[in-house]
Ligand binder design. Sequence first.
Ligand code: AP5
Ligand code: MG
Ligand code: ZN
Length: 215
Amino acid sequence: MLIILLGPPGAGKGTQAERIVIKYQLAYISTGDILRGAVREQTNLGRKAKQYMDQGQLVPDELVVAIVKDRLADPDCAEGALLDGFPRTVVQADFLEKALPEIGIKIGKVLSIEVAEEELIERLTGRRVCSECGANFHLKFKPPKVRNVCDLCGGDLYQRDDDTLETVKERLEVYKKQTEPLIAFYEEKGILSPIDGNQDIEAVNDQINIILEKI
Ligand code: AP5
Ligand code: MG
Ligand code: ZN
């Protein structure tokens, strides 16, 4: 079964994903993490993707669809997976609709995490990420025990290139235009569950668990 995490930049998709994959033993697919890995390794894909990511734009559908297609074919996805940040356009959602029957898995739930815009800006500009294990922190809402050091693995924390105020504003606009229509898309299919993301991390996680335990 596939679980999809939908929501604007900074909604807490990655933060909740860390918990969901452990509790429900799901393979984790974050297109953002895969793309950042490709940028770091300076692969062909990384070079193409970087120009879009740095400007807060979406990477072209055909590149992202190819990544997800490959990843879903991995053995750890046979029972299902958690998708974070995919699909993000109607084209990507249509791809999934067509591909899933062939792979033999279904979408169990689309969790749509909703958060007020001012809060998103504060969350993104204060975010810090571990350069070793990818764990998320926040200067104010989830500070590491030691400044700039990951609690989990001791790695250095860094600020993402696209977490500057200017790029954050662009990413929020792109979300409204290109990704928000997916809320209605999945609502129509009867598999959308809205999550109130304006609460603390544990309270958001509790809401998600109530929904996932029912499916
Ligand atoms: P991606 O990496 O997916 O970024 P995003 O969608 O913009 O989302 P974020 O990762 O910024 O936010 P999040 O919801 O994971 O929040 P987090 O948990 O970190 O994509 C990056 C780029 O890659 C895109 O712009 C695009 O270019 C490209 N891309 C990726 N997928 C693509 C696709 N499918 N198609 C095309 N292009 C694609 O939380 C944020 C902060 O808030 C953290 O500091 C955290 O500690 C804190 N926080 C979390 N929850 C709470 C809470 N409840 N209360 C207080 N603080 C909280
Ligand atoms: Mg994320
Ligand atoms: Zn770490």
